[in-house]
Write a protein that binds this ligand. Structure first.
Ligand SMILES: [Zn+2]
Length: 307
């Protein structure tokens, strides 16, 4: 018997999906499928000005092309808007922000991006406005959460190794409510994961800092279940010049790959390759699923790829 596993695909519709997104979706789908878990689709569309209809549509088109099914979430762009959009959940995010405010975790920050760049070379906000004690009620200011010196959070990797991250060093006092009044990504993402009862998070290594931020917020909110989740931070797929893929129209966008290869076989093989699985025999998703299952059953070395 496996424990109940709930995980999510959480794309942001700020560009066209690329090979890196496909890898993340396939790995998440494979893990959830292997553990008989529940997979949900959550589209991170809170930041309306960055969301374009074409990008939202692309998510559904590519999931279908890849053959990735999920158990709950929007079935298409219309249902997203009418039932699942994060914009419908704003009040709920603000309730959580209110809890943080009441427990004294938040302070107002009036620094502009340019000012912050002058204050720090690392991009980590040094907590300058903590001592200014601006009234939180003012408009046109961000709310940040205080992260005390040497704040550490720990989480369990897929193979249940305990990993520790320093939140102070990696995130500093990060933003909870943006200057434009919207809940910040870290807050919205955590609230969504808490509501869905997520117990497995699969994301790229570049988002380890988000894991740190969200675990710290969960601690501030006295949440016990989410911190006990398992976190997989996988390698990122780079382009030929060694840079992380971006969501612009490039040769690794799923749209382009679909035009080039017609079937997703190449993507399944690339996924297997990156998981250090034998890939030559893989043609369809079922093949990938079987190879994955055999190696999961055998475990030892293969699992280290998931740490
Ligand atoms: Zn400030």
């Amino acid at each position: 018997m496996h424990p109940a596993v709930i995980s999510r695909l959480a794309p942001t519709p700020s560009g066209f999906l690329h090979l890196g997104n496909a890898f993340n979706f396939l790995l998440t789908w494979l893990l959830v499928d292997y553990m008989d878990g529940h997979l949900l689709l959550r589209i991170d569309d809170l930041d309306a000005p960055r969301v374009e209809t074409a990008f939202v549509e692309d998510i559904f088109v590519q999931l279908e092309w890849l053959g990735i099914s999920y158990d709950s979430g929007p079935s298409g762009p219309d249902e997203l808007l009418s039932k699942y959009s994060q914009r419908l959940r704003k009040e709920h995010y603000f309730e959580t922000i209110e809890l943080l405010r009441k427990s004294g975790h938040l302070y107002a920050c009036q620094c502009s991006r340019a000012e912050i760049r002058k204050l720090t070379t690392t991009g980590i906000y040094p907590g300058t406005c903590r001592r200014n004690k601006y009234p939180l009620e003012n408009n046109d200011q961000a709310w940040r959460v205080q992260v005390p010196e040497q704040t550490l959070v720990s989480y369990s990797s897929f193979s249940k190794k305990i990993k520790t991250i320093n939140v102070t060093q990696n995130m500093g006092d990060f933003i909870i409510k943006r200057r434009d009044g919207l809940p910040a990504y870290q807050l919205a993402s955590l609230v969504d994961d808490l509501d869905a009862g997520v117990t497995l998070v699969v994301r790229g290594q570049d988002l380890r800092t988000s894991t740190a931020a969200q675990l710290y917020l969960a601690k501030c909110l006295n949440e016990k279940k989410f911190p006990a989740s398992r976190f997989v931070h996988h390698n990122l797929i780079k382009n030929d010049s060694g840079q992380k893929l971006s969501k612009s129209k490039n040769s690794f966008s799923l749209q382009m790959l679909q035009k080039k290869y017609r079937t997703p076989t190449w993507i399944y093989q690339e996924t297997a390759k990156r998981l250090k699985l034998p890939f030559h025999e893989i043609l369809i998703l079922k093949d990938l699923k079987e190879v994955f299952k055999i190696h999961m059953d055998l475990k030892p070395d293969f699992l280290s790829v998931l740490d």
